[in-house]
Every structure is written in structure tokens, then in C-alpha cells.
Design a protein around this ligand. Structure first.
Ligand code: TYD
Length: 134
């Protein structure tokens, strides 16, 4: 996989005086079926999450509140995306090393995933990731 497969996707935004509304439909706005949703919150200042790749899992990451950075690495190049709006998100396919950091106070990170939680799908060691990629 390489960084060109990663996509920043704009989501529908229904602007309303009563408050705005956005939504995500599987296989429509994002290119996979959603089997799991999880969220990261109450992140203490300076902490990071991630620091791994998945063998098969694809994810879609949204900053529902606040902001944070997503560092992505395909084994050759690295790129930083800053997520800070609830109406766009980052599609990250499998075999991309990722780390989330620089969380703002009270940020809320929503992640939609293409499969159930499976520890054996994780690659948690960067040199193992580089070998696996080849
Ligand atoms: P992990 O994915 O390693 O966290 P992050 O990459 O965001 O830093 O998950 C942390 C712990 O939570 C790990 O022990 C597995 C558990 N976990 C689940 O049980 N189910 C899940 O859906 C996720 C994402 C994690």
C-alpha cells in the first residue's frame, strides 16, 4: 500500500439553524462496510495513540470534536494530516503505519473500522511492518 491510497473525504453537511448534521454511509461515503466503531477520548496532553499498522483492516477517522494529527507512513514516505472538522475524515487502508498525536483538550476521535477487533491483524513493530510490506 502507498500513501496515495489514503483519502481525505468530505462528508455531507446539512446546515441548519438548529445545529448542523453530517452522516456517513458504508460503501457510499467510505469504501468499506462498517463492522466496528470505536472512539478515543480523554487523551492526556502529549499522549499518542496508534503506532501500528493492520494487515487487512481499513479505517475511517473523524475528529468529531477538537483536533489531532494523523501521521501515516507507507514504509517509504510519511505524511501528516490534521483533522479538525467533524464533516471530513481520513480513509486509511490496511498496511499503512499510523500514529495519532497532538490531541487538543476534549478532542473526540471517532474511528469506523472494516472488521471486528482482531489482535492478530495488528503489526505493532515498525521493522516487522517494513518486512511485511515487501
Ligand atoms: P489499540 O488498537 O492498540 O489502541 P491504539 O492503537 O488506539 O493506541 O487498542 C488498545 C487496547 O484496546 C488493546 O488492548 C485492544 C483493545 N481494543 C479492543 O478490545 N477493541 C477494539 O475495538 C480496539 C480498537 C481496541
Amino acid at each position: 500500500m502507498n500513501l496515495s491510497e489514503i483519502k481525505l473525504i468530505s462528508l455531507p453537511k446539512i446546515v441548519d439553524e438548529r445545529g448542523n448534521l453530517s452522516f456517513i454511509e458504508q460503501n457510499n461515503h467510505i469504501p468499506f462496510e462498517i463492522k466496528r466503531t470505536y472512539w478515543i477520548y480523554d487523551v492526556p496532553g502529549g499522549e499518542h495513540r496508534g503506532g501500528h499498522a493492520y494487515k487487512t483492516l481499513c479505517e475511517f477517522i473523524v475528529a468529531l470534536s477538537g483536533s489531532f494529527d494523523v501521521l501515516v507512513n507507507d514504509g517509504k514516505n510519511e505524511y501528516k494530516f490534521t483533522l479538525n472538522r467533524s464533516y471530513f475524515g481520513l480513509y486509511v487502508p490496511n498496511l499503512i503505519w499510523r500514529e495519532l498525536n497532538n490531541f487538543s483538550t476534549n478532542s473526540l476521535c471517532l474511528i469506523l473500522a472494516s472488521d471486528f477487533y482482531k489482535e492478530n491483524d495488528y503489526i505493532r513493530n515498525y521493522s516487522e511492518f517494513l518486512t511485511y510490506e515487501k
